[in-house]
Ligand binder design. Sequence first.
Ligand code: NAD
Length: 797
Amino acid sequence: MNTLEAFAMMDYGPAPEDAREAHAWLDAHDRRFDLFIDGQWQPATDDTRFDSHDPASGEPLASIASASAADVDRAVAAARKAFPAWRDTPGHMRARYLYALARQIQKHARRLAVLETLDNGKPIRETRDIDIPLVARHFYHHAGWAQILASEFPDHEPLGVAGQVIPWNFPLLMLAWKIAPAIAAGNTVVLKPAEFTSLTALAFAELCRNVGLPDGVVNIVTGAGETGAALVAHPDVDKIAFTGSTEVGREIRRQTADSAKRLTLELGGKSPFIVFDDADLDSAVEGIVDGIWFNQGEVCCAGSRLLVHEAVSERLLAKLRRRMNTLRIGNPLDKAIDIGAIVAPVQLERIRGLVDQAVAEGATCHQAECPLPETGLFYPPTLLTDVGPASTAAQTEIFGPVLTAMTFRTPDEAVMLANNTAYGLAASVWSENINVALELAPRIQAGVVWINTTNRFDAACGFGGYRESGYGREGGREGLAAYLRPAWEQRLPMLPLDTGDELGAAAPAGDPSAAFGIDRTAKLYIGGKQKRPDGGYSQPIVAADGQHVADVSLGNRKDIRDAVEAARAAAGWARQDGHARAQILYYMAENLAQRRDEFAARDARLSGVTAQQAGAEIDEAISQAFSAAAWADKYDGAVHNPPGRVLTAALHEPMGVIGIVCPADAPLLAFVSLALHAIALGNRVVAIPSARCPLLATDFYQVLETSDLPDGVLNIVTGRPTELAPVLADHMGVDALWYFGPASGIADVKARSTSNLKTVWTHEGRALDWFALGAGHARDILGHASQVKNVWIPYGE
Ligand code: NAD
């Protein structure tokens, strides 16, 4: 036998991991777990339980308590009780606890890895080398944030009690992503693990006890969806952080609409994996293996849509099919296994059903020839070809080891296909030409873009979605910020519920000035032009002294739609550089300054404030226009240097189209502060100005018309906020909504935002001081105007 023949005959022998310690740990707990509340193991009220199984063998592993609403209530009460002391614990002391947790995780790394593999079915190679080291890394990194929090986030405070709900695909890692930033920032938490995979969360509870974490800072309530729903609904929870399906994420947004709870959602994906004709195809094949067959494809950011350049498609797919046959699938505790078991029968059925449906729709299905174990929940690596861009296989998240392949011809086509889903979690771009890859990265709508690499994660780099993949980031500075709020927010007084919808009052009957007032009708401003309202209605606006000043158009649903269309068509604004945007904003400030006295006189007459007060408002508005111009080229992202030879560019990208419902007060200042900071970062805006005093915004048309702002970047529709805001909230073409209208409308716009899972920023019923907000807190406005995209760029040969 020559060397080649010997090499061809070589096979892997079994290399089983020793699971005795993990089993001993389960036995030590009599394979029975209660809830972890207030630092103690507490039984569920009516002792309802469910079993956790090993999906590779079908064997039950342990019996687990199912928390009822009453149990969740106890856990929230414990977290609430622990909050003040934990919040006031110095950052350095909190850092010590987080550091101790990181060390505990490292000390018990192998037991945790085995336990995770037993409970979830994922290969030990992955839990040992990826999941658990990243869990430890997360606690180390956030120990650092706790240490430097006070100086890095001055005048910020923790939110309070965080309710956290996580999925089953990376059980302990998702726990770390949730708990580490929350407690580093001084919040206390109630976390609900997924029902299929509770064991490592319970093991973590024990580590919390080992390090002496104060009782109630971390509480773990096990159970199914109803337990999660009880946590989401609990009135004493200040923030909900959810990772899971888009469907449940939507439900949670609806459920929390009538509260001021903060919300971050990490949802599903259908991420593109784009291979250009100049890519290193062998590396790309390994990337695909990692992109879709890592963790059995049960990965929210899995590269489940392969988009390959037509010229290399056949070659790449041939290589891929050969590689698929070499993948080893089987006992996840075997260290030489690539693909383990699917988490639960229901998930296996879902995968089977979706592949059957794809085939029924005309897809060609290729499955690897690797043998499957006879028992347990296994599914072979699968490749679907001959699929259309609108087919189920191309659109629906399968959450299993199934890759859908399509071809493209040009970079533009690749971008179009990449963005052709409702999701926007991640993307992977493969090309040896860095220029091509970097040109594509900003054009793909996704929170993470990996260049010539895939599925890389780090605590220093934010992770999270665009569009229906959710909002908020986990990891990095932005992930921590999601557990903090500016302290000044809580100091603001509450507004009466329905302030702000009353239009300029009708002129008193019989007043001759009403009949013979200046004949002037302010139109709408859409796509750079003054437009008559679709409905043909207008409303008289009277001054504080009761005199009729002008009529203002009453916009309707159709006008909002036209304005959104104009805003979407102005997408080129986002591609202009900050310097170009700054110049236009400075020019707007200059033009406003030239009309300062005219605006001030108008303001004084309409709102009845003194000439001095009106002048101060206009001066501040001019200053805000300068502020927006100043920030246009300064709100930079960051460059992270995570472990490994890779740089991560955290880019601040615009949200897209922002709908802004202005408050009734400070009619010019609030409008200018909000709209101009939004457009400074490349957003386009549809603004509904103050209903009571819209004429200052309509006078602003002349500033816009003389300022070189491209058509469609700023659109203004006057009318009743209660009628127009719901249209903006429903609209699929609006990416973010800033709502400062009547407080009575907040819950409605939040609930409607589920249409496309747009972000919503509101005053939560508090009276904002527009002088203070613009002057001192531009970064807070800009944070709402942007989303972070992390672009991973490996280097070296
Ligand atoms: P799921 O939404 O069914 O469940 C997730 C968690 O929510 C579980 O703990 C579940 O018990 C709980 N839950 C279910 N109904 C609830 C309700 N009404 N209220 C509150 N909680 C409820 O999702 P899954 O099947 O467990 O996980 C798979 C999904 O998670 C996939 O869509 C995947 O893309 C997504 N995911 C996303 C990320 C991310 O970071 N974006 C990470 C992992 C998984």
